[in-house]
Design a protein around this ligand. Structure first.
Ligand code: HAS
Length: 549
């Protein structure tokens, strides 16, 4: 009975849900760590049992930035592909489970070493901070597991094309492939620094480590990492939200083109995280800043497409005037409200990104808590609110249950808590950052000096925000458990929109993977080859601890 109530094949639903259990456990652990951090930084609270600030900060960053996101995203993409391209066959599903268990084992290993305080190196694990080899081994397992699951996504997409020659592929499946291609090309950077530099160094095979090489390889991965988080949110904005509001996808071609542009331009831009670092030729920083401004374009296209979708639907319902459509949107439906708040806050979030990318302004904000404010507005608000919005219908639709009116109401309350909490916290971080407040710094480190008084009010505001967010997180976890196990049985819709009749034909060239991957690789080689050779050739004496260079 329950089987037929699920929105996708029962075996695929179980696979997707397995990812969700890990993701929401990560939310519980990571957000609790976040609360502890803001309390510590307020100066009013000391961490108990000798727990270190940087240990908690590592838990927070790794568990939320790497575990919650990766598991939620892969689970969501697999459910979307199963829904729109058709269910996986048994060999694809088996392979996906292999990837899932590799990732989960990796997470357990990494977490153990962080909890043992053997890996308090933050989610960026910058050298010369060194962790236990177990930390790096766990991370490598997570990455390789995700590659295995990525191959499943490619296989399913290819099977659809083979079984339906000449037919346009489902938009959500196409988008999942793009996100996975970007992820796999990007993770080559972090996998190489971990395997070739950090592991030999932490195992004692090499005495030193080339810091600039490791940071460059990390940021080659680090920027596409944030788009790996963003693209699933865009998947929902382009292909799911129109259905929820009763409208249509404005343009299938525009959606695919913006994803292709994100693939092309999101990788060769890592230097914008290293603008203040010596050892990289300013010319190549300049080139990568230009490429960063190019990667903003698909986000502006996304904004345009969303405005068009909302306006068209609003006018269909009789809206008049420039902003009359706003009144016609389904404000009481949490499946719409949560992602919509995410979109609105992406306007200041994106503007902050553009400030960061602008070389001169970067000198003002780099390494200040402004940057922390930026990514709490983008990743923790825009992306997370969209993920919550997805979870409200995805979880019951996978478990064969209903999003009840009461759960919907609690979802709206949850959205309010998250938004208010984040505005307090991220707002105070931005402000403190503009005044020069440092990021990644424990109160206990500078307690008693002049900074204590200067930063006090901002850090208290962050603690208030953190506490409100913590309540928001608890409501979300409660709703997750309710929707997964206790909500009344029934068939919850898996909303997928169709394309507007007025949209043009989608050109076949969008499925020319050789072309897009070829251009992506060419752009990466252009942006990185010469500066990377430079970095290695001009490394300071003694820094070439890595024997293979
Ligand atoms: Fe960023 C640092 C530049 C976007 C996350 N970023 C970070 C870090 C993270 C992060 C985690 O150039 C810190 C890493 C660390 O630990 O050091 N970022 C950008 C740029 C963009 C950008 C140019 N970032 C993101 C997103 C993230 C994210 C998205 C997570 C998901 N970022 C930087 C730079 C740094 C950086 C530097 C390094 C700083 C330093 O010095 O260390 C762009 O992609 C932003 C483009 C976005 C837009 C907005 C489009 C708006 C849309 C919404 C439409 C709304 C509608 C609703 C339709 C142009 C699509 C309207 C309704 C109404 C009623 C109005």
């Amino acid at each position: 009975m329950l089987k037929s109530l699920r929105s996708i094949d029962a075996n695929d639903a179980r696979l997707s849900m397995a990812h969700m259990y890990v993701a929401f456990t990560a939310l519980l652990v990571g957000a609790t760590a976040g609360l502890l951090q803001t309390l510590e930084r307020s100066g009013k609270f000391e961490l108990p049992f000798g727990i270190g600030y940087y240990q908690v900060l590592t838990v927070h960053g790794v568990v939320l930035g790497l575990v919650l996101t990766t598991f939620f995203i892969i689970g969501f993409m697999m459910a979307s592909q199963s829904k729109t391209a058709g269910s996986y066959n048994s060999s694809e599903r088996k392979m996906a489970w292999v990837g899932y268990w590799m990732m989960t084992t990796g997470v357990v290993i990494t977490t153990i070493f962080i909890l043992l305080n053997e890996a308090s190196v933050l989610y960026t694990f910058y050298a010369p901070l060194q962790a236990h080899p177990g930390f790096y081994t766990g991370l490598v397992l997570v990455i390789i597991g995700s590659w295995v699951e990525g191959i499943v996504i490619y296989r399913r997409h290819a099977r659809f094309r083979k079984e339906n020659p000449g037919e346009k592929t489902p938009l959500l499946s196409f988008m999942s492939v793009i996100n996975m291609v970007m992820w796999q090309i990007a993770t080559l950077g972090v996998a190489s620094t971990v395997l070739l530099q950090f592991l030999p160094w932490s195992l004692g095979f090499t005495e030193t480590i080339d810091v600039l090489v490791s940071r460059t390889l990390f940021w080659y991965f680090g920027h596409p990492l944030v788009y790996f988080w963003l693209l699933p949110a865009y998947m929902a904005w382009y292909a799911i939200i129109p259905k929820i509001i009763g409208g249509k996808i404005f343009s299938d071609s525009l959606a695919r083109l913006s994803f292709i542009l994100l693939l092309l331009f999101s990788i060769p831009v890592g230097f914008h995280h290293q603008l203040t670092e010596p050892g990289i030729d300013p010319f190549w920083k300049y080139i990568q800043v230009i490429l960063t401004f190019l990667v903003v374009i698909p986000s502006l296209m996304t904004a345009f497409s969303l405005f068009a979708t909302f306006e068209l639907r609003g006018r269909e319902l009789g809206a008049k005037g420039l902003f009359g459509w706003l009144k016609k949107l389904p404000w009481k439906d949490v499946r719409f409200l949560a992602p919509f708040v995410g979109m609105v806050l992406f306007i200041p979030g994106g503007a902050g990104g553009i400030i960061n990318a602008s070389n001169q302004m970067n000198q003002v904000v780099h390494n200040t808590i402004w940057v922390t404010g930026h990514f709490h507005l983008t990743a923790a608000t825009t992306v997370m609110l969209t993920f919550f919005g997805i979870a409200y219908w995805l979880i019951p639709s996978l478990t064969g249950r209903k999003l009840t009116a009461k759960a919907n109401k609690w979802g709206i309350i949850q959205t309010a808590f998250w938004t208010v909490g984040m505005l307090f916290m991220s707002g105070a971080m931005h402000w403190q950052g503009l005044l020069g407040g440092p990021r990644r710094s424990a109160y206990s480190e500078y307690a008693g000096n002049a900074d204590t008084a200067a930063w006090g009010p901002y850090q208290i505001a962050q603690a208030i925000g953190g506490s409100i967010l913590f309540i928001g997180m608890l409501i979300m976890i409660g709703l997750f458990i309710y929707l997964a196990f206790f909500a009344p049985k029934g068939k919850e819709e898996f909303p997928v929109a169709t394309v507007s009749e007025d949209a043009g034909e989608t050109p076949a060239v969008f499925e020319n993977w050789k072309l897009w991957i070829g251009v992506t690789v060419a752009l990466i080689l252009f942006a990185y080859t010469i500066p990377f050779i430079d970095i290695i050739q001009n490394a300071p004496p003694g820094s070439k601890g890595f024997k293979f260079w």
